[in-house]
Design a protein around this ligand. Structure first.
Ligand SMILES: C[S@@+](CC[C@H](N)C(=O)[O-])C[C@H]1O[C@@H](n2cnc3c(N)ncnc32)[C@H](O)[C@@H]1O
Ligand code: SF4
Length: 399
């Protein structure tokens, strides 16, 4: 039976000082003055009001301000949004509240104000500490600003910090990638995300790939060496690109990967909400069966600003077809290294475990999953061939 999983809140902030040539996120340069911060917070709150009926009575376990560059927003704007959100929704005690920060936008005093507004986790887009490579990536910051920004946050009493690093960068050697990790360790963050640079369609890098990209073997060497260095430094890998000190995994992302629920507020934001069959079903309510709804918002900031809070701001609503749910669940859960109980599959999809007996057996036979009673864990091979393992759960013609 479908039951209600933990609920998170994602808030998208769509502006950046400059668009990076590798980035395919919904991020836009704002020309002709600063972005309309106050109007955007009004729009976010109107958007939240409009989505509230989907989550009446539920508690929010994490909030994530992502971008774009949320750190462009002054602390008063973040404060006003969080106060408005807390007036509309119940926040769990200790609710994790993350704000993505570009080190090129960090200012003295700002972190203290973010912390006072309720932010308790900062995720820095460091990418690399190599100044030449930072330039080639089109970043607005240098390595000195990266170090300084992290220290400012620590001085402001924020100790739950993530550093985003990318590897397999143009001109990067194994030694350079190792050096990046050493520089990150020196700052002692709670969490490190180590992403392989990908050439995403419709980006400047996809149209004109930079010179000197490491080949597949070199990228694999960097990844393996990175995993070893991170483990030695006390960062346990818990997802494809995520490493954390004990107890410091990102609660917000973990909820996505465990197929939890989230409201998506802001330009282009995506949400996923479980709507179990209501008891009124017997009384003839339209909600006669379990549904999982995906909802997304208009992508372009100007259109979103003009429509937020009205049905016209909804880019789309889609009920995930039941036949698609095993794949959707595994696509998320199998990013994680943890074992998971089959009970979770049943609770999060509303399907019986019988629906995945055949692909589970196939994945076990291929050595990709281990099944121990009612618990399933990915093997090392399963992690290496995660895409193949996940594709076993795609709907078949007779599903
Ligand atoms: C939405 S950005 C947020 C941080 C902030 N906007 C910044 O860049 O400083 C999230 C992270 O995704 C990673 N990322 C973005 N594009 C990527 C790509 N094409 N390949 C790999 N990682 C990427 C970067 O590490 C980036 O920090
Ligand atoms: S600052 Fe971050 S979100 Fe903005 S363009 Fe660069 S990578 Fe993308």
């Amino acid at each position: 039976m479908l039951s209600l999983p933990p609920l998170s809140l994602y808030v998208h902030m769509p502006w950046c000082v400059r668009k990076c040539p590798y980035c395919d996120f919904n991020s836009h340069e704002h020309r002709g003055g600063p972005p309309p911060f106050a109007a955007y917070v009004d729009a976010l709150l109107a958007d939240l009001d409009h989505d509230l009926p989907l989550v009446w009575g539920r508690t929010v376990h994490s909030v994530f301000f992502g971008g774009g560059t949320p750190s462009l927003f002054p602390a008063e704007a973040i404060d006003r949004f969080l106060q408005g959100a807390a007036a509309r929704l119940r926040f769990a005690p200790g609710c994790e509240i993350t704000l993505e920060t570009n080190p090129g936008t960090a200012e003295h005093g700002r972190f203290e104000d973010y912390r006072k507004a309720g932010v308790n986790r900062i995720s820095f887009g460091i990418q690399t500490f190599d100044d030449e490579v930072l330039k080639r990536l089109g970043r607005i910051h240098d390595s000195g600003q990266a170090d300084a920004a992290v220290k400012l946050a620590q001085d402001a009493g924020l100790d739950n910090l993530n550093l985003d690093l990318m590897y397999a960068l143009p001109g990067q050697t194994l030694a350079m990638a190792e050096h990046d990790l050493q520089r990150a360790f020196a700052l002692s963050p709670a969490h490190i995300s180590h992403y392989q640079l990908t050439l995403e369609p419709n980006t400047v890098f996809a149209a004109r790939p930079p010179q000197g990209l490491p080949d597949e073997d070199a990228a694999w060497d960097i990844q393996e060496r990175g995993q070893a260095l991170l483990a030695d430094a006390g960062y346990a890998q818990y997802e494809i690109s995520a490493y954390a000190r004990p107890g410091r995994q990102c609660a917000h992302n973990l909820n996505y990967w465990r197929f939890g629920d989230y409201l998506g507020i802001g330009a282009g934001a995506h949400g996923k909400i479980s709507l179990p069959r209501s008891d009124e079903a017997e009384l003839g309510s339209p909600h006669a069966s379990d549904r999982i709804l995906r909802r997304w918002k208009l992508k372009h900031p100007a259109a979103y600003l003009a429509q937020a809070g009205t049905p016209a701001a909804i880019g789309g609503d889609e009920v995930i077809p039941a036949a698609q749910l095993p794949f959707e669940f595994m696509l998320n859960q199998l990013r994680l290294r943890e074992a998971f109980p089959l009970d979770r599959f049943e609770a999060r999809t509303g399907l019986s475990r019988a629906a995945i007996v055949a692909p589970l057996a196939e994945a076990e036979a291929r050595g990709w999953l281990r099944i121990d009673g009612a618990r399933v864990s990915p093997t090392d091979a399963g992690q290496r061939f995660a895409n193949d393992a996940i594709s076993l759960f795609l709907p078949t013609d007779d599903a």
